[in-house]
Design a protein around this ligand. Structure first.
Ligand code: ADP
Ligand code: NI
Length: 224
């Protein structure tokens, strides 16, 4: 049976290959940042870091957003990969369960993440959705899928089902109100909550500046 540390390295190489060339904010470096965030949180919280690292590495291996909305594709691809490397079935189940639950599913949809390892991965993923990197990823995603940057005539929607959230196609600025600004309150660990604060504030500041520029109704001297 291969050493788990070898499987982790092989998994990282595999994911790098699968996500090469992505321009939607789901590239290898997103995975690497989530891996680091999740491990940082996992060490602070006393989680099983093998499960945390494997789930972080595989969490977007076949995301529903790129597989016609099929949310079973990710856990299935992860299971196949881990089985090929003879990983213990208990670890495989834990990792695949995390992958099946990790995604945000709409403002009004409650999602359960029962394990500590899952909470660490979800917080790690959500940290990468907010702050400066989160802003950059949101506009990369919007551009990739041909979304408007902002349209004042299209209000945000608080989706109350995963199906409605999946089928949305609104402007990127709406995504801040539909998801990104809500994440601070939905962090699952103390460590994650602490790390989210500064990133959240930066997004608030960004939006204030964005609307200030958009409306262009004040002279610079009239500000402050
Ligand atoms: P999740 O599985 O929770 O959606 P991901 O790792 O797949 O997390 O990343 C989601 C990121 O993709 C968002 O944080 C955002 O940057 C981008 N994204 C997803 N949907 C949209 C959207 N409608 N508009 C802009 N960005 C989006
Ligand atoms: Ni992700």
């Amino acid at each position: 049976m291969p050493e788990l540390s070898d499987v982790i390295e092989l998994t990282a190489e595999h994911v790098k290959g699968v996500l090469a060339g992505d321009s939607s904010g789901h590239d290898w470096w997103h995975i690497e940042r989530v891996r680091r965030n999740a491990l940082l949180i996992g060490r602070h919280e006393g989680a099983d870091c093998v499960i945390v690292e494997l789930a972080a590495l595989l969490h977007d291996i076949a995301d529903w957003k790129f597989h016609g909305g099929d949310d079973s594709a990710g856990p299935r691809a992860a299971r196949e990969w881990l089985q090929q490397h003879q990983v213990d079935s208990v670890i495989i189940s834990a990792v695949c369960d995390i992958i099946s639950r990790v995604s945000f599913k709409g403002a009004g949809v409650s999602t359960e993440m029962p394990t500590l390892e899952g909470k660490c991965v979800q917080d790690g993923d959500r940290l990468d959705a907010i702050g400066a990197v989160g802003i950059a990823r949101a506009f990369a995603f919007g551009g990739h899928f041909g979304r408007a940057m902002y349209d004042p005539e299209v209000p945000p929607t608080m989706h109350d089902s995963f199906a409605a959230y999946k089928s949305k196609g609104g402007p990127t600025i709406n995504h801040f109100y539909e998801k990104l600004l809500l994440l601070k309150e939905r962090m699952q660990t103390e460590t994650g909550r602490t790390l989210a604060l500064q990133r959240h504030q930066f997004m608030e500041q960004f939006l204030q500046e964005f609307f200030h520029e958009w409306n262009a109704n004040e002279l610079p001297s009239a500000r402050t």
